[in-house]
Write a protein that binds this ligand. Structure first.
Ligand SMILES: [Zn+2]
Length: 306
């Protein structure tokens, strides 16, 4: 399995007891806007207070190696987009950043945790400016971890929407690869879908797989989970097998699928027929867990996030 460090404790102490008291203007910050994060050479940039741009929002991320860290949303929508050289600091989409950080060991894992948290919490603020009960504008409180409605005297909390993803094998240990109708061409990954109210993660996995492919799972086993803030998900990963591999696709959701052997997947990637989920994603971890080791991407291919 690829080392994505998601099964242990948090790598950054969120220090929730400091959220009310830390001066967010006076601590180092990572810069985040519209799902992108300020990076340099594939690594997070930590900006000292004196160098920080004017901010429309600051959120306390926690304490790491003796320093407090915030996420900062710049007022200037063009901040970090003036990319006048490949070596300069610039705003990088979280999907791309996760891929590069996945190759950077423990420090990359810490930075991925900070970046994913920063994108998730700032996206929630951007999408939830008003009280869902009365419609009044709300304001950030507690270091940016709640929004407060003054009219209702009510706190609103960030939301995370769970989705299940299942690596499915047949009786010959071939893996199901599926192409979702809305993905760009050649991208293949596992079946996945959102958990609905009133069901467990496991029940959601059984339901989604049957809805999308009419496959009946057995030996469903939890592998791990990964925050996936696009815009607000956490992916809950499973493996499962099927006795009967004859699938019937819901073409509105899945336009193409196939069971592939290890030899076949190598060939399909090498000749460009299939583009795999990116390094650092739980989809990739499930894939390489089945494969038994790292899988190379096509020489000039780009991984994607499925
Ligand atoms: Zn309200």
């Amino acid at each position: 399995m690829s080392p994505i460090h998601l099964t242990g404790p948090l790598l950054v102490d969120r220090a929730a007891d400091r959220r009310d008291t830390v001066d967010l203007d006076a601590i180092d910050a990572i810069v985040v806007r519209d799902g992108s994060v300020l990076a340099l050479d594939g690594q997070l940039v930590f900006v000292a207070p004196a160098d920080q741009p004017a901010a429309s929002l600051r959120v306390y991320l926690g304490r790491e190696a003796g320093r407090d860290i915030a996420a900062l949303v710049p007022v200037d929508p063009a901040f970090g987009t003036n990319d006048d050289g490949i070596d300069g600091e610039r705003m990088v989409g979280l999907r791309d950043l996760i891929g590069s950080l996945a190759l950077r060991g423990a420090e990359g894992a810490r930075d991925r945790e900070l970046a994913a948290t920063a994108v998730a919490i700032t996206t929630w603020h951007a999408n939830h400016p008003r009280c869902a009960v009365c419609g009044d504008l709300t304001e950030p409180r507690k270091g940016g971890w709640v929004r407060w409605c003054e009219r209702d005297k009510k706190e609103h909390y960030p939301r995370t929407d769970p989705a299940v993803i299942v690596a499915i094998t047949d009786q010959e240990d071939r893996l199901l690869l599926a192409h979702a109708s809305y993905w760009s061409p050649r991208r293949f990954s596992h079946l996945a879908g959102y958990v609905e109210p009133g069901e467990s993660f496991e029940q959601a996995a059984h339901r989604e797989v049957f809805e999308e492919a009419q496959l009946v799972l057995r030996d469903l086993a939890y592998v791990g989970s990964q925050p996936w803030p696009f815009p607000a998900s956490i992916m809950v990963g499973f493996t499962a097998s099927v006795d009967d591999a004859a699938f019937v696709l819901d073409q509105d959701e899945i336009s193409e699928a196939m069971f592939v052997s290890r030899e076949e997947i190598v060939a399909l990637v090498a000749d460009g027929t299939v583009i795999l989920a990116p390094h650092g994603s739980i989809a990739r971890r499930l894939l390489e867990g089945w494969y038994g080791g790292p899988l190379a991407d096509a020489p000039h291919g780009e991984g994607f996030n499925g």
